[in-house]
Design a protein around this ligand. Structure first.
Ligand SMILES: [Cu+2]
Length: 129
């Protein structure tokens, strides 16, 4: 049953019309991404101040974490007490949707690189428009 649901989601996405980058409000990962260097949406455009989700339609677990910008723990409850403190972050999830936290105050024109902590070869870019 679960496999049929995953297949249906994949088929629905495959049949969906191609969207311009401006229409993307989510970072999406899908089957095969862990063996590549990208996500299904390698570039995602976020309207300033709008929410952004991470959508995983893969059977493997993934997440979205800022790969470059690091900073203080202030306002970032996802940060560990020590170590890596990414500018933005999502939970590691199996198939499903979860919010990407930390982008609410990102400036228009900003560009952020991100990666998956489980598969650090998976990388992408978020552009704030
Ligand atoms: Cu991954």
């Amino acid at each position: 049953m679960h496999a049929k649901l995953v297949a249906l989601v994949i088929a629905t996405i495959a049949l969906a019309p191609i969207q311009s980058d401006a229409a993307v409000t989510a970072v999406v990962s899908g089957p095969g991404n862990s063996g590549t260097s990208t996500y299904t949406t390698p570039v995602a455009v976020l309207a300033k101040g709008a929410p952004m989700n991470f959508v995983n339609v893969d059977v493997e677990i993934h997440n979205v974490v800022a790969s470059t910008a690091q900073g203080s723990r202030s306002g970032r409850p996802w940060c560990p007490a020590t170590g890596f403190c990414p500018l933005f972050w999502s939970e590691v999830i199996g198939a499903g949707t979860t919010p990407i936290l930390g982008l609410a105050n990102a400036s228009q024109g900003s560009t952020f690189e991100f990666l998956c902590v489980i598969h650090p070869n998976m990388r992408g870019t978020i552009i704030v428009a």
